[in-house]
Ligand binder design. Structure first.
Ligand SMILES: Cc1ncc(COP(=O)(O)O)c(C=O)c1O
Length: 376
């Protein structure tokens, strides 16, 4: 099978990730942070090493300000629900995933929050002036999807973040498609919070996510409960990371994520360069196929995500035909209806190809040749 669905989750993972996961479960699968026996302490050390490795990659000076979650969706829920209060205003980009839009829709109907969705220029890029004009004294949060999971287009988040900073509006960045390949640090992006999955570009396993919090940015926790600390009190501890990490942590997942982070730290430049080259090749070859139309401005900066719309027929049918021929891609709206509305592809949907760290040029060529054949 040729796997071109790395935007959903990266596959395969480096062998080190699998070894780390089985290793902790075999050797010290105790509950990290619960108990003082040596197995629990060993498990706790894996968690803290992973937190430190993530903090280093994300430019977070105090590792306790990196929070473990189950996925990027949970990180976004924590950040959004934890920051917004009834009546607040929020601005977001046209590229947001439903992991943002559905959270906002709930806050709109439940708490009277109001949302402004910013519209980009013809190239798909948001202009800092558009953002500046949308901010008001009641804007409590700005949310930007770093790179679209449909077009791959990367927003100029650092410049947009500078606008937020000047206006005193906290910025939350959804780095689901960029963490592990681009420079995703709080300082580089002028961000206050960055949400990301552990299971995509960071090459960790399913069920892992992270939220990085800038000093002084303290959303309300999403979950409260047992933290293994301050058990005498029924109040949630204010101590980080405990404030945000109630319940037993995903030890095998975190051990695997640590191995993924070490791999990414070592090979990030090579992976980014290879993915960019493969994506260019993919775009060029798909553009040569008369039966499909490639989405997104050709000149815009992008990560390794390319979507096409079949000129005739249905995107789901094309994805099914590719699957039957041994190519895994994703069809439909990719949980991002707002950008499909902007692209004019809400009805048709699209077929998304996303190469990853272990994709080869040969696989890209074979997949493109199949698209040519299936759509002629
Ligand atoms: C831009 C974007 N945000 C959020 C998510 C949600 O990520 P997760 O599946 O880890 O919750 C995705 C996943 O596809 C995404 O592409």
């Amino acid at each position: 099978m040729i796997y071109l669905d790395n935007a959903a989750t990266s596959y395969p993972k480096p062998p080190e990730v699998l070894r780390a996961m089985t290793g902790v479960m075999e050797k010290f699968g105790a509950n990290p942070g619960r108990g003082g026996h040596r197995l629990a302490l060993q498990a706790g050390r894996v968690v803290e090493r992973c937190r430190e490795a993530a903090a280093e990659l994300l430019g977070v000076r105090s590792p306790e300000r990196v929070i473990f979650t189950r996925c990027c969706t949970e990180s976004l829920n924590l950040a959004i629900c934890g920051m917004l209060r009834p009546g607040d205003e929020v601005v977001c980009s046209h590229g947001e995933h439903n992991a943002v839009m559905r959270v906002l829709a709930r806050l709109v109907s439940r708490d009277g929050v109001s949302v402004r969705v910013l519209q980009p220029g013809a190239d798909g890029l948001l202009q800092p002036e558009t953002l500046r004009a949308a901010l008001t004294p009641r804007t409590r949060l700005a949310i930007l999807c770093h790179a679209s999971n449909v077009t791959g287009v990367v927003q100029p988040v650092a410049a947009l973040g500078a606008v937020c900073r000047a206006a005193g509006v906290p910025l939350l960045v959804d780095a689901a498609q960029t963490a592990g390949t681009l420079d995703v640090t709080l300082d580089a992006l002028n961000a206050d919070m960055i949400a990301m999955p552990g299971h995509k570009g960071l090459l960790g396993p399913h069920g892992t996510g992270l939220l990085a919090l800038r000093e002084g940015v303290d959303p309300e926790p999403l979950l409260v409960g047992g933290t293994g600390s301050m058990s005498e009190s029924v109040l949630q501890p204010s101590l980080l990371p405990d404030r945000y990490e109630s319940g037993t942590l995903n030890l095998p997942g975190i051990a695997g994520l640590l191995a993924g982070l070490i791999f990414v730290r070592r090979f990030r430049r090579e992976i980014a360069a290879q993915e960019a080259a493969l994506n260019e090749r993919l775009r060029e070859r798909l553009a040569e196929a008369p039966g499909v139309r490639v989405l997104g401005d050709a000149a815009a900066p992008r990560v390794a995500v390319t979507s096409v719309v079949p000129v005739r027929g249905d995107s789901g049918d094309l994805a099914d035909a590719l699957d039957r021929s041994g190519v895994a891609v994703r069809a439909g709206l990719h949980c991002a209806p707002a950008i499909h509305a902007w692209l004019g592809t809400l009805e048709s949907g699209a077929v998304r190809f996303s190469p990853g760290a272990f994709t080869t040029g040969r696989e890209v060529d074979d997949a493109c040749a199949l698209v040519q054949r299936l759509t002629q």
